[in-house]
Design a protein around this ligand. Structure first.
Ligand SMILES: Nc1ncnc2c1ncn2[C@@H]1O[C@H](COP(=O)(O)OP(=O)(O)OP(=O)(O)O)[C@@H](O)[C@H]1O
Length: 820
């Protein structure tokens, strides 16, 4: 078959050979065409018509000007797209040279049209003794690496950063775990995680030597960089690597991130109703990304937290200044991405104008005067780069086209040679105008007209009825329904001149644009620095805005142990419900709170709000409370709600115990632990014993614990362990009607409201009455028969001596209680 291929198709197959795993967008004139299997896939995924070329090759195509919308769909579905361009101007019949100029994958996108404002991370994972994770957002140049102890912790990082594409060695076993969280997991041959190759690509990263990375980290970093390099984004990456130490930030494990609905809600996985959603009032894309990072990494350093709080307080108080500042911040475009596109040579003239306008806004921000150290430092260090700004202003027109090749980008008066060429071209055009006038007179045809199109160039158009007896130098070019088109030697001559000028203008404009781009890139670091400052100011303004809007107060954050909150609220629930505030006192002798109360009373909400207030305090935000003291928490663990993991053949109980095991093994005295109905997923007796033993363990550890439970028996722990205190929620009963009052109270409530809630839920009256009847009958209410039954169930022969002792102790305790 190969000898019958046209030269173009031969060229196609040669190129396709190198990009087998990508859909090849092959530029033919104004279209990108896809062939064979690529065409079949694309036509199905994009809903476009499948045709054929030369009746041999399946084919479909998309117009080049709309290509991004199609590429976006394919990328979102996880495909790689290789863009093959015509890299020379087509001349005559000779086959035009074509090359792949870019391979686009979800994690290597820099094109504005293909991105959202969120971070777009490409991640690589490498596991040996530890697990190293490298994250690269090529669109902003953000690049960081971190190490964790095991795959569980790695999953937690993945959940936090939500990478869009993930590279793992083929031998990595826990791939299913990852695939639940990341749409595009790519298995890379193990040899690709190669030390020599990684070191080779990493040597271009300026600060690499200074970082002391582990081998795992080097391999993970090398893998992401090589992948980005193979997508033809850069030959030498201009990146700075950051090594994140987990010990510098509060650790939020994956269940906590999910349960507290920090980034995604539990309803549909979206952003609505999440903590991020509530506190994100940023006005720039950079600010919005940074705020998310702050939530991903709450601080442990009290000094820095206090600095942020000072800044938020000042901005909260100066509401007018804040408003003006936020309006100015709105004028700053996504500088991080613009400067990255400029560095990668993928920027367009509009990017330069946006950069200039942003720098002007930066200049205005620099003039703000603040008291707090953080705000002063941020504002003072802003660099508006007036010279660069005025260079762009002088060089680029205010509203340039998106593509330099379209021309009209460089302002008049900026470059003498360009002005000369434009003038010369204009003279020719004016000559043609005069020529039109002259020919009208010569021929006596009033509606003779000179026109231009891309295919035929300049022509003289004359209505058909009058296209007779024309001068001999008129040469026919084209016949239309109502008109004839001609050229004359003079017009042809001028046209050639105009085309030659146009070509020189085009090249010169591109050269000037490139010169300015290089000049801007020389100052890239300064632009990036201002971008970081803008992002931080925006986040601080957002926190001040939220504090004002929702009436938050400044927490007192310290190195102490206590968490004391007055009138605390759940930041998200309070935006949709009339919220009843509650206090919390977590101190050395009240560090484990056993919280009982009916279903739906508000126990889980209470647990969550304490954790959310702690997180807010440690990112430097005000908190939803009237007063709050927060002693730094190193890790937050949660076990809320029952989750099955059937896919892994684990029962609800197994999952629960695995999670509890992880918590008990990793928590420290400084940790905050939220446990909701632990033990519920197994039999009452066993569940209760486990809950009991877990509380004893955590009491010894000294951690702060909120333990919501239906096991009323646990309330006895208050008398046995110094740090345990009982709290409860109850129903308000007025005139025979019950409702939730959502107030937490000290002590333990014996009342059980199950049937009352059933009544509230409109169960048939007969059922409710019968339930009360049974409840009040001897068998149910009497506790002696219950004990007898329990003792008879104990399988004495199969108990170890220790277990037997535990059982005995429990029974004795119960009997004593009954006696009293
Ligand atoms: N302090 C509060 N003020 C107002 N509404 C609240 C408050 N706390 C909780 N709620 C509302 O009550 C509902 C039930 O709360 P939550 O889920 O915390 O109850 P629960 O005691 O944990 O219930 P269960 O034991 O069934 O899990 C929530 O959906 C919330 O909207």
């Amino acid at each position: 078959m190969s000898e019958k291929l046209t030269p173009m198709m031969e060229q196609y197959y040669r190129i396709k050979q190198k990009y087998k795993d990508a859909l090849l967008f092959f530029r033919v004139g104004d279209f990108y065409e896809l062939f064979d299997d690529d065409a079949r896939v694309a036509s199905k995924e994009l809903g476009i018509v499948l045709t054929s070329r030369d009746k041999k090759h399946a084919m479909c195509g998309v117009p080049h000007h709309a290509a991004y919308s199609y590429i976006k769909k394919l990328i979102e579905k996880g495909y790689k797209v290789a863009i093959c361009e015509q890299v020379e101007e087509p001349t005559g019949k000779k086959l035009v040279r074509r090359e792949v100029v870019r391979v686009i994958t979800p994690g290597t996108v820099v094109e504005e049209e293909l991105l959202t404002t969120e971070s777009n991370y490409l991640m690589a994972l490498f596991k040996r003794e530890k697990v190293a994770l490298a994250f690269l957002d090529v669109s902003t140049g953000e690049f960081f690496v971190t190490s964790v102890k095991n795959v569980d912790e790695a999953i937690c990082e993945v959940l936090k950063y939500s990478p869009v594409e993930c590279l793992i060695p083929e031998s990595f076993e826990e791939v299913e775990e990852l695939e639940k969280l990341v749409k595009n997991v790519r298995r890379i041959e193990d040899e690709q995680f190669n030390l020599k190759r990684s070191l080779e690509v990493l040597k271009d990263v300026a600060n690499f030597q200074a970082l002391e990375l582990s081998e795992e980290e080097i391999l993970a970093c090398g893998a992401v960089l090589n992948y980005a390099k193979n997508s033809l984004l850069f030959s030498k990456p201009a990146l700075k690597l950051q090594k994140l130490e987990r010990s510098e930030y509060m650790v939020l494990d994956s269940t906590t991130i999910k349960n507290l609905e920090i980034f995604r809600n539990l309803v549909d996985g979206g952003r609505r109703g999440t903590l991020l959603d509530v506190i994100d009032k940023t006005v720039t894309a950079m600010g919005s990304r940074l705020l998310k990072k702050w939530l991903q990494r709450p601080l442990l350093d009290v000094t820095e937290i206090e600095r942020r709080l000072d800044a938020v307080e000042e901005l909260k108080e100066k509401s007018f200044v804040r408003r003006v500042l936020r309006e100015t911040l709105e004028d700053v475009y996504d500088l991080e991405r613009i400067i990255t596109r400029l560095e990668l040579g993928k920027a367009n003239p509009k990017d330069l104008v946006a950069l200039k306008n942003s720098l002007k806004a930066v200049g205005k921000i620099k003039k703000f005067d603040f008291q707090s150290k953080k705000l002063r430092d941020l504002v003072y260090g802003m660099n508006p780069m007036e010279e660069l700004c005025s260079l762009i202003e002088k060089a680029i027109v205010e509203d340039p086209p998106a593509n330099v090749k379209d021309g009209g980008v460089i302002r008049e008066g900026f470059d003498e040679e360009l002005d000369e060429l434009r003038k010369a071209k204009k003279e020719q055009e004016e000559f043609i105008k005069r020529l039109e006038e002259r020919e009208r007179k010569r021929t006596g045809i009033d509606n003779l007209r000179v026109g231009y199109n891309n295919v035929f160039g300049y022509y003289i158009e004359i209505p058909k009825s009058k296209a007779k007896n024309l001068p001999r130098y008129y040469i026919r070019k084209q016949t239309l329904v109502n008109a004839e088109r001609f050229t004359i030697p003079e017009l042809k001559d001028r046209e050639e001149k105009i085309l030659a000028y146009e070509e020189r203008i085009r090249i010169l404009e591109q050269e000037i644009f490139e010169r300015i781009r290089r000049e801007v890139v020389r100052h890239a670091e300064k632009v990036k620095d201002s971008a970081e400052r803008v992002a931080e100011l925006d986040v601080l303004c957002s926190l001040a805005e939220v504090a004002t809007l929702y009436n938050y107060t400044r927490p007192k954050v310290n190195e102490g142990f206590d968490i004391i909150i007055r009138d605390g609220r759940h930041p998200a629930v309070e935006t949709t419900t009339k919220f009843v505030p509650n206090d919390v006192n977590l101190t050395e002798n009240s560090r484990i709170l056993i919280i009982t109360g009916p279903n739906m009373a508000g126990k889980s909400t209470y647990l969550r709000q304490v954790a959310l207030i702690t997180i807010l305090a440690q990112i430097g935000s005000f908190v939803p409370a009237s007063y709050a003291v927060v002693g730094i928490v190193d890790k937050i663990f949660t076990r809320i709600g029952l989750v099955d993991d059937i896919t892994r053949g684990r029962s609800t109980f197994m999952v629960e115990m695995l999670e509890i095991g992880r918590i008990l093994n990793n928590a420290t005295k400084r940790s905050l632990i939220l446990l909701d109905e632990v033990g519920k997923s197994t039999g009452t007796k066993e569940g209760l014993s486990l809950a009991w033993a877990i509380i004893e363990y955590l009491h010894e550890l000294g951690a702060k614990v909120l333990f919501a439970t239906h096991y009323h028996e646990l309330s006895k722990l208050e008398n046995e362990l110094a740090g345990v205190k009982n709290y409860h929620f109850r129903l308000k009963e007025e005139n025979g009607k019950v409702e939730f009052d959502r107030k937490i109270r000290r002590g333990f409530s014996k009342e059980s409201y199950g049937i009352k809630i059933a009544e509230m839920a409109n169960l048939p009256k007969r059922v409710v009455e019968r339930a009360y009847e049974i409840l009040n009958s001897e068998n149910v209410n009497g506790e002696v028969p219950e004990i007898v039954e329990e003792i008879s169930k104990i399988d004495v022969m199969n108990l170890t001596p220790v277990q037997a002792l535990v059982e005995l102790e429990r029974i004795v305790r119960k009997c004593r209680e009954l006696k009293s």
